[in-house]
Design a binder for this molecule. Structure first.
Ligand SMILES: Cc1ncc(COP(=O)(O)O)c(C=O)c1O
Length: 377
């Protein structure tokens, strides 16, 4: 089959890095990965992933949303419990809380990291609080130490959502290794992809065993062939073909991460000196995997998210909005009082960052950002 060309006129918002290795493994899974071989790539993918993170247990799932859902259930989160998370978030982080009948409690974000503001968590803790879900937004690091000490003080679970931060690290320890359990996404826009997919990672054997059973319709491994379910679970398994893609992507993880950094650094070199414009931070002792470069315009620059979004669209760039505050969604009936979450989402935008972006395309994006500032000042 001929390789389909993507027009260089159109700059996509995101695109995976797929080499011959991914095609070979997925083809092998499609040809041979059936019958007794139907778990081969799933095991390989789980093993390489847990080794990379130096963790004991990994379960590949159909999505990150699924991994969070099962993990929260395994922790015992149930109706009327409260779970704390940042207001600025993708809907997939909050949805599993509601699947279990628990109540999400939204905390404002830190204006520099765009992640949950650890200093604002304690005022939201009540007797019903059971867990904090911390998300490393756009690859940026959570204030892990502060959040973990709050969890210890109030006896709360720490769920680490590293869906956007595969390859980030804190004091040389990878993100996704700090939670009671952690979750990752392999959606097509993520650092590595399986098309759709996720991972549940933990050192806690009890949680692992529970999620293993939920993941396959409540059947223990001994009971699979006997078609016997001990409880109601879910059909959240990943497929062998998807796992073959994931295994190849993990073998190439260092190449993929290196290119992400190069792209971020090119934007940073050309944009960071503009007074009033900020980008993803990288603090001492942290490494940001820069899943998605973002720019935030200071209020004084007068550039709204809408303005830059439309300017990108007019110039054939697939723009994507910064996450909205979840407290603005009508299903949550929440107070809209998290200032940073509301303010930043009105003056920020995601920048394209896929591996085969060309220099002239990056220059085009950079020039449009500068143009947006000129046109509004
Ligand atoms: C922070 C975060 N958590 C969870 C998810 C959910 O991932 P999935 O689409 O694999 O369910 C995403 C995906 O976009 C995400 O960005």
């Amino acid at each position: 089959m001929k390789k389909r060309k993507t027009s260089l006129d159109k700059i996509l918002y995101s695109k995976p890095s797929i080499s011959k290795l991914e095609i070979d493994y997925a083809t092998d899974a499609a040809r041979n990965g059936w019958g007794e071989n139907c778990y081969n790539y799933i095991y390989k993918f789980q093993n390489i992933f847990k080794k990379y993170h130096n963790k004991k247990f990994a379960i590949a799932t159909s999505s990150c949303t699924a991994a969070t859902h099962m993990g929260l259930r395994a922790l015992g989160i149930k109706k009327n419990d409260e779970v704390i998370l940042a207001d600025t978030n993708w809907i997939a982080v909050v949805a599993p809380i509601t699947y279990l009948g628990a109540k999400p409690v939204f905390v404002d974000i830190n204006k520099d990291t765009w992640c949950i503001d650890a200093n604002k968590i304690e005022e939201k803790i009540t007797k019903k609080t059971k867990a904090i879900i911390g998300v490393h937004l756009y690859g940026n690091l959570l204030e892990i130490n502060k959040i973990k000490s709050i969890c210890n003080k109030y006896n709360l679970y720490f769920v680490e959502d590293a869906a956007e931060a595969l390859g980030s690290s804190y004091n040389n320890r990878k993100t996704g290794t700090f939670g009671d359990f952690s979750v990752f996404s392999f959606h097509g826009t993520k650092t590595i992809t399986t098309g759709e997919g996720g991972m549940f990672l933990t050192d806690n054997e009890e949680l692992y065993n529970k999620v293993l059973i939920y993941n396959n319709h409540g059947r223990s491994s001994k009971m699979q062939e006997k078609m016997w379910s001990d409880e109601l679970g879910y059909k959240y398994k990943i497929s062998n073909i998807q796992a073959a893609l994931g295994y190849a992507q993990m073998k190439r993880i260092n190449i993929i991460l290196k290119r992400k950094r190069e792209i971020f650094q090119y934007y940073f070199k050309n944009l960071s000196k503009i007074d009033g414009l900020s980008m993803n931070p990288e603090y001492e002792n942290t490494k940001n995997s820069f899943w998605m470069p973002n720019i935030v315009f200071d209020e004084k620059l007068n550039v709204s998210s809408e303005y830059i979004f439309n300017l990108f669209k007019k110039n054939n760039i697939d723009a994507r909005h910064f996450f909205w505050p979840l407290s603005g969604f009508k299903m949550f009936k929440s107070k809209k009082n998290n200032y940073n979450s509301w303010s930043i989402s009105k003056r920020a935008i995601n920048l394209p960052s896929y591996s085969d972006l060309k220099k002239f395309q990056l220059d085009k994006i950079i020039n449009l950002v500068k143009k947006a500032i000129d046109e509004n000042n």
